[in-house]
Design a protein. Structure first.
Ligand code: HGY
Ligand code: MN
Ligand code: MN
Length: 383
């Protein structure tokens, strides 16, 4: 689109990188664990304070703020054609235990800064623009991710035209060492599933439910590797033993397993193998597999070409390099894609780390991401 012809001022988008970095640093202090780690679980006191911080910034940026039943926060910049569906962008600010300060946060604070960038440039949106802070993208409080989707039933939100999620690189295999700016566009946010598996010793002899769990953890690794693809991943992130005393043989164990793949069928094969292993390990160790529950098993989603096109055009106009990529992470985009065209922008980060205190993106990369986001929002707003 000839945005440059009609809005030539947009070619000089200026990001207030220093303020943005300061906000990222400040938000990281709303945490229940010591810096540099961040822990911010949904509706803890720190999360409530962080939400207030976000709402305040939205207000300062001139957005009108509203909140829905599950706590998604929306900041709206009314366009000249408010009856058209809006263009929305956003991410989350909750943080899993002992994670870092960028995951999600950059997608929320960066989006608010993108609005500031457009305001400063004199841009006037046609479609309304919205910044969304999605509630509990992480599964920490209720064991399930992306609670925001329950706030408004899909199909009833006509205004979500576009959701550009995390300005973050969340997947760990790639992009560890790019030092030029690259934007990564997602194709399918990955299908993801979580399995709950519990073993219990119901016998009178001493059978170790903990060893059954240990064996299953190794089986998860084996089944994932057997797929032969680097796109198949899995981990046992939670393993609890009961009663949890050094001098007591565990009578119960509880595992939570996350397996992912960009290929849904291959992922399902891994799940089936894990299930079979759980059954045979229980038999062999004479413990009962008391529960094997698939918590969620979502299909992948596709980004929309028109959104990708706007992102690609924006990065080109800004003289930034980019690359199309697949997101392996579980994002609200997975659900937004069911009700509206969707695309995601990723920026480089240190070693591809996420969900650990070491996660880091440079102010420069963040600021480039904000520019691409701002220009993309502007283009889509005029469409
Ligand atoms: O787990 C994920 O993919 C993301 O952090 N929700
Ligand atoms: Mn995360
Ligand atoms: Mn995230």
């Amino acid at each position: 689109y000839p945005i440059h012809e009609s809005h030539s001022h947009l070619s000089s988008l200026s990001v207030d990188a220093q303020s943005l970095q300061k906000q990222i640093d400040e938000l990281s202090s709303f945490s229940d664990t010591p810096a540099p780690s961040v822990t911010r679980v949904l509706y803890t006191e720190k999360d409530v304070l962080a939400r207030r911080f976000i709402k305040n910034l939205m207000g300062l940026s001139g957005l009108s703020v509203r909140e829905d039943a599950v706590g998604n926060i929306f900041g709206r910049w009314e366009g000249s054609n408010p009856e058209l569906s809006a263009v929305a962008t956003g991410s989350h600010i909750d943080a899993i235990p002992y994670s870092g300060k960028y995951d999600g946060v950059v997608g929320v604070l960066g989006a608010i800064e993108a609005i500031n960038v457009l305001t400063r440039s004199g841009f006037k949106p046609k479609r309304s623009l919205e910044v969304i802070m999605f509630t509990s993208e992480e599964p920490t409080r209720f064991g399930i991710s992306c609670l925001g989707r329950f706030g408004s039933a899909p199909g009833h939100i006509p205004y979500h035209r576009f959701y550009s999620g995390n300005c973050r690189v969340v997947l760990w295999f790639f992009f560890c060492s790019f030092n030029i700016f690259e934007i990564f566009f997602t194709l399918p946010p990955s299908p993801f599933m979580l399995i709950l598996s519990c073993f219990q010793d119901f016998s009178t002899v001493i059978n170790d439910a903990g060893l059954a769990a240990a064996e299953l953890a190794l089986a998860v690794e084996r089944h994932v590797l057997e797929s032969g693809s680097i796109d198949t991943v899995g981990t046992v992130g939670i393993l609890e033993l009961h009663p949890g005393a050094i001098n007591s043989i565990p009578s119960k164990s509880h595992l939570e397993i996350d397996t992912r793949d960009i290929d849904e069928e291959r992922r399902n094969t891994v799940i089936e193998k894990i299930h079979q292993s759980a059954i045979s390990i229980a038999r062999k160790r004479r413990v009962t597999l008391s529960e094997f529950k698939i918590v969620n098993r979502d299909p992948p989603a596709l980004s929309e070409k028109s959104i990708l096109d706007a992102m690609v055009a924006s990065s080109k106009e800004l003289n930034l390099t980019h690359k199309l990529m697949i997101s392996r992470a579980y994002h609200d985009s997975l659900f937004m894609a069911r009700i509206s065209p969707m695309g995601m922008i990723f920026i480089p980060c240190y070693k591809g780390y996420s969900h650990k205190p070491e996660e880091y993106s440079s102010t420069q990369d963040i600021s480039n991401g904000v520019k691409v986001l701002a220009l993309t929002l502007a283009k889509l707003s005029l469409q």
